[in-house]
Design a protein around this ligand. Structure first.
Ligand code: LLP
Length: 419
């Protein structure tokens, strides 16, 4: 919990009481710590020492404008995967030359937007996309800097839904195809191949897959150099894991140092960039929810809370473990095993199963490590209103996204004049 801690049995955000915030704004809500986010970002940055580098925060982890502005102020660039994320980065004050555009399915409109805004690099994931980019850039009479995303065929050892670097995954192209695409792009007038990119997956907790993949990518860079295709930028993707339960991911220091050491052995001239999301923000956020009801079916105990799978889908989608703790601890009530479930009409609607908790109806619970891929994957399923988001900074809290209202729910819907 980066920026949150228990003091005398009560979970606090720095000096602020989470109970007071909940009483003021209602539940459920996400709460993030500016201190936690900054500390993580700066620790990652410092791990590079004097090595020149760029950190492009992966907006998909958490795209709130206030958080992007905070990271922008700290010097971050941004990795975007849609026109919407690009617009968010720009709206938060990022300069275009600090934005890179990844993703397998860029539409023509999104490519036009990227070209118009003159973002720094478009990461190409297929031949068809290269051709589309060439056509858009030619029409706009521009030259686009590109990287080709290579799939190094390395097992990141993570959940199959968030592994991206295996050859059966949809991402990137294999080395031989990459070489063909680099050659082809050299002959295209409006694209300029300057970089190579890869990203092998997310929530990676060992260094081995990183080491294996960088070695493969450097070998490919050498092959390209022999063919007269110089690569200037190396985008190593993101994916560093965090502790949700008992994982022991490498530290920023160990992660960065091991990669930089391999790169700088022979490729010290390369511009290096990384695209972290979860490791910056995951542990600097909590979802705060209130217990609506306690109920027992046969001998199974349920804590029905006011947050649900629409607010936080990771447990339902990936069977992900998120630690759940009482906001107020050490009370004299016996702890029991509960399934912590939401109000949504699906049995997959749980935040955690078999959790030992000492709670009453009306108590607050904190779902930890909810800074990343939590609010960003939320929906309005069951016509539930998405929660508010709060940022704690310097002993103050700011609402950085208001709780949705029923009017928000209906805002885009139209009832035709039926005859
Ligand atoms: N770069 C690219 C091209 C990516 O696809 C991703 C994540 C990242 C960077 C950032 O990865 P990170 O450092 O955050 O691991 N919803 C899943 C995670 C999906 C990750 C998708 N790509 C979850 O809740 O675990």
């Amino acid at each position: 919990m980066d920026g949150f801690a228990y003091e005398s049995g009560e979970l606090r955000a720095g000096k602020l009481s989470i109970i007071d915030i909940a009483n003021e704004i209602g539940t459920p809500f996400y709460i993030y710590s500016a201190q936690g986010i900054s500390d993580n970002f700066l620790a990652l940055k410092n791990a590079f020492g004097n090595r020149r580098h760029h950190i492009h925060y992966a907006i998909k982890a958490n795209p709130n404008l206030a958080l992007l502005a905070l990271l922008n102020n700290l010097g971050a660039g941004f990795d975007v995967v849609s026109g919407g994320e690009m617009m968010r980065a720009l709206k938060a004050g990022a300069s275009a030359e600090k934005i890179v555009f990844s993703g397998v399915g860029k539409s023509e409109a999104e490519i036009d937007l990227a070209l118009n805004e003159k973002i720094s690099c478009i990461n190409i994931e297929s031949e068809a996309e290269l051709e589309r980019l060439q056509a858009c850039a030619a029409r706009m009479n521009m030259t686009a800097d590109i990287a080709i995303r290579v799939n190094p065929d390395v097992d990141a050892g993570t959940h199959e839904y968030i592994s991206t670097g295996l050859k059966e995954n949809k991402f990137g192209v294999d080395s031989d195809t990459a070489i063909r695409l680099y050659r082809k792009s050299q002959s295209l007038k409006n694209v300029n191949p300057v970089g190579i990119a890869y990203h092998i997956g997310s929530q990676i907790t060992t260094l081995a897959p990183y080491v294996d993949s960088i070695k493969k990518i450097l070998a490919l860079i050498d092959r390209l150099a022999d063919l007269g295709i110089p690569i200037k930028h190396l985008d190593m993707g993101g994916g560093l894991g965090i502790r949700y339960k008992d994982e022991t991911p490498p530290t920023f220091e160990a992660y960065v140092q091991s990669l930089v050491a391999i790169v700088d052995e022979k490729h010290g001239n390369l511009n290096l960039s990384i695209e972290p999301g979860r490791s910056i923000i995951g542990n600097a956020g909590l979802l705060i929810t209130r217990v609506e009801y306690l109920k027992t079916n046969n001998d199974k105990h349920f804590a029905v809370v006011d947050a649900a799978m629409n607010d936080l889908i990771r447990p339902a989608l990936y069977s992900a473990w998120m630690t759940i703790s009482e906001v107020t601890k050490n009370r004299n009530i016996p702890a029991q095993d509960y399934d912590v479930v939401g109000p949504v009409c699906e049995s997959a609607d749980f935040l955690g199963k078999n959790r030992l908790l000492a709670i009453h109806q009306g108590d607050l619970l904190a779902v930890q490590s909810s800074g990343a891929y939590s609010m960003s994957m939320s929906s309005n399923y069951n016509s539930r209103l998405r929660p508010a988001e709060v940022l704690v900074d310097n002993e103050r809290f700011y609402i950085i996204r208001e709780r949705e209202t029923y009017d928000d729910l209906f805002a885009r819907e139209i009832i035709p004049e039926f005859d």
